[in-house]
Design a binder for this molecule. Structure first.
Ligand SMILES: *Cc1c(COP(=O)(O)O)cnc(C)c1O
Length: 499
């Protein structure tokens, strides 16, 4: 690896700077296939519209260059903890683009969209089956929205019984940040539970907090420390005994598929992240899909509409008629129309092609890969909860005797090795946290390359720390002030002129 050399960066001109008056591409427009309309009246036309005048080649180079500046899972290793940046099979994209799915109109009569409804119905069933629950709604448009739906269901459940004294949700300090945020948004007081020295929920603290004012508990499984709580059954019992319900954040189900069913453990409600576990490309801000699954208790409260069979053997071939129904005491709608349907198609394809055995293999490989990397890095880095992990683990991005090296320096330097940084400074309970999730789709060779890079960086930290402080050296832009950059977005593709 020639990562020590600082590459000279030749900044290519942007598309506006390439503009030259009168230059254009030859355009061959397709034949008109709609009735010709009258041209727009003059007062609606602008002559001040400043568009770049460029050739076809300029346009092609501009966009291909931009696409290559982007980092993506299709380009390299992406161990961003808690985000499950795994490979998304291209066949999922093909099925989502089938015209019968992609060109459906959301207002189309259900009778004319039976294939799509059958797919949603089956996906509801499969997700319920995978986690051992009684029913599922595909409405929520993100993991966090699934959480919100879950907590609203818990609230509706208590209020329906006239139980108005429950004002608290218990949240361990190893939970995903969205868990306390969700509880607070739903109007609950968040009670923070500490972790013990093994990274499990502190049972004494839980027992002390579990009283008749507790509506429920939200727990991320595996936790953001990457570990599966060894006392999970005891935790569920304590909360149930005080009348609360149990919410499982199942965004990272790729650690548990075919191995553990949360419903059978005693959870009342959970959400999935289809865009993590069940393959929709994500990371750029959407779309998302966070279905919620529930046990019998919460079934009537599911957000809707959900897909149900409205008439058995409705067709000549015996096929049922599917339709949308609102669960009896539904918390209501969370999303326009029927959720992010394209993601339902991807998840359906992904589950159908893997089958039960394939899903189990996903989790085995996710867990194996994370543990392999954990054990290989524990000789060089401090791994605070160094025990069998799930899909991810956390290490400290700092070294004894090297006081001015931080997690961020290690992350930035990794970019010079062609690797996307892990999640930084999360979970909050580990100092200089680097949360590493290799995912199931990486080969041993890729993991070994990552491990070698992490070992090399640990050595550089001691011998040439400045190399880390000024990293990255090989990227189109070097280290930026992230706070300033986030607050002062430059969304304009035209470089402001000096005048
Ligand atoms: C990603 C994630 C979420 C939030 O999902 P979004 O779709 O980003 O809202 C919640 N919990 C955990 C554990 C996650 O990893």
């Amino acid at each position: 690896m020639t990562t020590q050399t600082v590459q000279a960066k030749v900044l290519e001109p942007l598309i506006y700077e390439l503009s030259s008056s009168g230059r254009k591409a030859d355009t061959l427009l397709p034949k008109l296939d709609v009735p010709q309309a009258e041209p727009l009246p003059d007062h609606l036309l602008r002559d001040s519209l400043d568009l770049p005048e460029v050739s076809e080649l300029d346009v092609v180079r501009h966009f291909v260059r931009l696409s290559q500046l982007n980092y993506a899972i299709d380009k390299g290793f992406y161990p961003l903890g808690s985000c499950t940046m795994k490979y998304n099979p291209k066949i999922d994209e093909d099925t989502a683009r089938l015209p019968g799915f992609a060109q459906l109109h959301p207002l189309q009569a259900p009778e004319t969209a039976q294939g799509a409804l059958a797919l949603m119905y089956t996906l509801q069933k499969w997700l319920s089956e995978i986690s051992g629950f009684a029913g599922c709604s595909l409405q929520p448009a993100a993991g966090a929205q699934g959480e919100y739906a879950g907590i609203l269901m818990i609230r509706a459940y208590h209020l329906e019984r006239g139980d108005t004294k429950r004002t608290k949700i218990l949240v361990p300090d190893s939970a995903h940040g969205t868990n306390p945020a969700t509880s607070a948004m739903a109007g609950y007081t968040v009670v923070n539970l500490p972790s013990d020295e093994r990274g499990d929920v502190d049972l004494a603290a839980l027992r002390a907090a579990a009283d008749e004012t507790v509506a429920g508990m939200m727990i991320t499984v595996p936790s953001t420390l990457g570990v599966f709580d060894e006392n999970i059954k005891e935790i569920i019992k304590i909360v149930h005994d005080c009348g609360g319900l149990m919410y499982m954040d199942g965004a990272n189900m790729n650690a548990m598929l075919g191995v553990v069913k949360p419903g059978e453990l005693g959870f009342d409600v959970m959400h999935y992240n289809l865009h993590k576990t069940f393959s929709t490309p994500h990371g750029g801000g959407g779309p998302g899909s966070g279905p919620v699954a529930v046990n019998e208790k919460l079934l009537p409260f599911l957000p809707g509409p959900i897909v149900a069979i409205v008439e058995e053997s409705s067709f000549e071939d015996g096929a049922p008629l599917y339709g949308f129904v609102m669960p009896e005491k539904s918390i209501g709608r969370l999303k326009a129309f029927h959720g992010n349907f394209g993601m339902h198609v991807r998840a359906y394809t992904y589950i159908a092609l893997h089958g039960a055995e394939g899903l189990k293999a996903i989790s085995r490989h996710a867990v194996l890969n994370a543990n392999y990397v954990r054990v290989r890095l524990a000789d060089t880095y401090t791994v605070p909860y160094n025990r069998m992990c799930g899909h991810e683990f956390v290490l400290e991005g700092r070294f004894e005797g090297v006081p001015d090296i931080h997690a961020l320096d290690i992350s930035k330097r990794l970019m010079d090795y062609g690797i996307h940084p892990p999640t930084n400074y999360f979970p909050l309970i580990v100092p200089e946290a680097l949360l590493i999730e290799p995912t199931e789709s990486e080969s041993k060779e890729t993991l070994d390359r990552f491990i070698a890079a992490m070992h090399a960086i640990a050595q550089e930290a001691r011998e040439t720390p400045d190399l880390l402080h000024s990293a990255p050296h090989t990227m189109p832009v070097s280290r930026v002030d992230e706070v300033y950059a986030a607050k002062n977005l430059m969304l304009c593709c035209q470089v402001p002129s000096a005048e």
